[in-house]
Ligand binder design. Structure first.
Ligand SMILES: Cc1cc2nc3c(=O)[nH]c(=O)nc-3n(C[C@H](O)[C@H](O)[C@H](O)COP(=O)(O)OP(=O)(O)OC[C@H]3O[C@@H](n4cnc5c(N)ncnc54)[C@H](O)[C@@H]3O)c2cc1C
Length: 389
């Protein structure tokens, strides 16, 4: 079997990459190790409206709920409300990813990509004029030849290792997550909800994302470098305190890379997209939007490189330029901010939230909020000023 491009992993990043390659006239194979695309869901499923609309027509089939903003809770319970625009790239729609991921893969297939499920990439070998990808399907191994491999194989990416791209994660560059789908709980379904505090979720936060019909994704991310117990223990404690009568109908666990901008996501014949390239937001852990953007850019660069007949890292570096110009700086800035935030004690967090609670948030920008906090707590936030002003 021979293709121009093999895309490994059919998450949002891989499906967008495969679709873009196919739309540009390349022959492309999208392989997914799971038997059903999108299942099990390892995600709270939140995404900003603009980000989603960039790549798909909105279809109610894959929208579980729509929210108007976010409510943030300080360690002492102080609440602030953020509009959708200010709440970041995870707030707007709550997806039904089981349907959404499948929809994206279907769009790739419709554009002309071949899709193989229950097919795991188990190795990769560079040849003189391309790459041989070793695949395993139902116990049987076979090889596919291609010119370019797009590694969209998520946080545990093996393609990165095979290609020699350094994406290693230290204990403070990862969020360890557990999530319950819960019913029978009381919350405002118009908002996504976030709880912060070193006792609640060290180095992370607890979220509640409405899923419609009174159900919600209630989950936690903690930083292993700071946590004293497992994320499940922290989440159980939170649920016992806040939703003692709630029923858990689904459990998922997973990890999110919060490393920030990596130096390069390319090697000869290889590009990495999405979680494989550590593209998730270091503050929120949101990675769907950036994965789709990266997939799109990788598809564009694959088409240009194949037209030139040059798949060297030097040529593929154009992909690095595209994703870095789009959201690379944001990843780097958020990583710096995250490094400061994780060092703040609960008292400091409370003080900041008290200041914010007094602002009319709908009327002012993030910059204005930071100025306000700086005015009241200059010492506290002095070292943050360069990140915003
Ligand atoms: C608990 C949790 C909550 C989250 N909540 C949000 C949220 O609310 N909003 C948000 O934007 N992001 C969220 N994220 C992050 C988001 O899920 C990821 O950033 C996003 O899915 C990344 O997309 P991707 O395409 O890069 O990788 P993935 O979606 O992880 O897809 C990778 C795919 O590759 C497949 N694969 C892996 N190895 C192989 C192989 N060897 N061969 C074949 N296939 C392979 C996997 O089976 C998988 O389907 C959350 C993550 C977690 C863990």
């Amino acid at each position: 079997m021979k293709y121009d491009v093999v895309v490994i992993g059919a998450g949002p990043g891989g499906s967008l990459a495969a679709r873009t390659c196919a739309e540009k006239g390349l022959s492309v194979l999208l392989v997914e190790k799971r038997q059903e695309i999108g299942v099990p869901v390892r995600c709270a499923e939140g995404i900003g409206k603009k980000d989603l609309q960039m790549f798909v027509e909105i279809d109610r089939k894959f929208i579980a709920a729509e929210v108007v903003g976010a409510k943030i809770y300080a360690p002492d319970g102080t609440e602030i409300t953020l509009t959708e625009e200010m709440a970041g790239n995870e707030v707007g729609y709550v997806l039904e990813r089981k349907i959404f991921d499948r929809h994206l893969a279907r769009l790739a297939a419709k554009a002309g990509a071949d899709v193989m499920v229950k097919t795991t990439a188990v190795g990769m070998e560079r040849t003189r004029d391309g790459v041989k990808v070793k695949l395993r399907r139902m116990g049987e191994e076979f090889e596919v030849e291609c010119k370019i491999v797009i590694g969209a194989d998520g946080v545990e990416s093996r393609v990165a290792k095979w290609a020699g791209i350094d994406t290693t994660l230290k204990l403070d560059e990862i969020e360890s997550c557990v999530q319950y789908l819960m019913t029978g709980i009381d919350f405002d379904p118009e908002y996504c909800h976030f709880w912060f505090g070193n006792k609640i979720a060290p180095g992370g936060y607890v979220w509640l994302f409405p899923k419609g019909n009174g159900s919600a994704n209630v989950g936690i991310g903690v930083m292993p470098a700071l946590a004293e117990k497992s994320p499940k223990d922290y989440l159980n404690e939170f649920v016992d305190n806040h939703f003692p009568d709630g029923k858990i109908v689904e459990v998922v666990a997973g990890a999110v890379p919060v490393k920030g901008e990596i130096e390069t996501a390319v090697a000869d014949n290889v590009m990495l997209v999405g979680d494989a390239a550590r593209h998730a937001d270091p503050i929120t852990g949101g990675g769907i939007a950036n994965a789709m953007k990266a997939g799109y850019y990788a598809g564009i660069v694959a088409a240009e490189s194949i037209q030139k007949g040059d798949y060297s890292a030097k040529t593929l570096r154009k992909y690095d330029e595209l994703w870095k110009n789009d959201f690379g700086k944001d990843l780097a800035r958020k990583r710096k901010l995250q490094q400061k935030l994780i060092k703040m004690d609960d008292e400091t967090l409370n003080k900041i939230m008290h200041s914010l609670a007094k602002c009319k948030l709908e009327e002012i920008s993030v910059k204005a909020i930071i100025k306000e906090v700086l005015k009241k707590h200059p010492k506290l936030l002095w070292d943050l000023k360069d990140l915003f002003l």
